[in-house]
Design a protein around this ligand. Structure first.
Ligand SMILES: Nc1ncnc2c1ncn2[C@@H]1O[C@H](COP(=O)(O)OP(=O)(O)OP(=O)(O)O)[C@@H](O)[C@H]1O
Ligand SMILES: [Mg+2]
Length: 253
């Protein structure tokens, strides 16, 4: 378990989710998890739900795949048994592996709409913040995520296609009905030299923004969150400020 919490707090689950692939979900998940563990000193768990296992690859201390990530959901393996320390002190990880490719099918077969939410509840005594790195798409897995999350962070590249995907999710949530967690859209990979990006930023001045930066790309070479190798960079500061906004939104629950 992650140790060292200095603040007592109600546990909260933050899903980093998008209909679209490649918009910065994993990058955001890893850096928000770092900020939670290292800036806020929260007991933090990053749960990688994507069979691509990108955040697991970035953070895991143990790269041997046990192909057990899906077994948590069918109760074949106890969820706590798959928690491992990450390379960041005070940040724990439930790693993904390719077994998660069958997760949508499993959720449909099990017909337990709150399976993920229940598993998360069983972890809420041990963790203050649980960050979910989600696969793209509107699937059974995303349905489970939407039911389990207290806040849904959606990275949006300032482009018409990405903004359309954000609109699709919002429309879907309205059509689907029922309560869902608040949504925090965040501009991702922002390049202020591009007029399209500047126009998008001006149209939604309240959305936080993460810049397009080579320092952020460096994460995949160094296999570390930004805060671990460039804490003073403007990009790390943008993630820290996003984390402050996430915490502020959670405290208003
Ligand atoms: N702000 C940024 N600046 C520069 N590069 C970025 C930024 N955010 C993400 N990237 C790079 O873009 C690529 C896609 O990012 P990432 O893997 O975080 O997206 P994703 O939404 O998780 O993708 P997927 O849908 O495949 O899971 C990665 O190579 C990542 O390093
Ligand atoms: Mg990803």
């Amino acid at each position: 378990m992650a140790k060292g919490s200095t603040q007592k707090t109600a546990s909260a689950t933050i899903a980093v989710y998008s209909l679209k692939g490649g918009v910065g979900k994993t990058t955001m998940s890893v850096n928000l998890a770092w900020a939670s563990a290292c800036i806020s000193r929260r007991r933090t768990l990053l749960w990688d739900l994507d069979p691509q296992a990108a955040s697991s690859w970035l953070l895991s201390t143990d790269q041997t795949s046990r192909d057990a990530a899906q077994a948590i959901f069918s109760k074949d393996v106890e969820v706590k048994k798959l928690i491992q320390p990450s390379t960041v002190p005070a940040l724990d990880l439930i790693a993904a592996d390719t077994s998660l490719r069958g997760l949508d099918h499993l959720f449909r077969e099990m017909d337990k709409k709150k399976r993920l939410a229940k598993l998360i509840e069983s972890l809420s005594r041990d963790y203050d913040r649980i960050i979910l790195d989600c696969p793209p798409g509107l699937t059974e897995t995303s349905e489970q995520v939407l039911r389990a999350a207290d806040l849904i962070v959606i990275p949006v590249i300032p482009s018409p296609l990405s903004q359309r995907a954000m609109g699709e999710v919002a429309r879907y949530l309205v059509q689907r009905g029922g309560a869902h967690a608040p949504i925090l859209p965040v501009y991702s990979m922002v390049d202020r030299r591009r007029s399209l990006h500047r126009a998008a930023l001006e149209s939604q001045t309240g959305w936080p923004a993460i810049p397009m930066a080579s320092t952020i790309e460096q994460m995949t070479v160094r296999r570390k969150p930004l805060g671990a190798f460039a804490p003073a960079s403007p990009s790390a500061q943008a993630f820290a400020s996003l984390w402050t906004q996430v915490e502020r939104q959670l405290s208003g629950r």
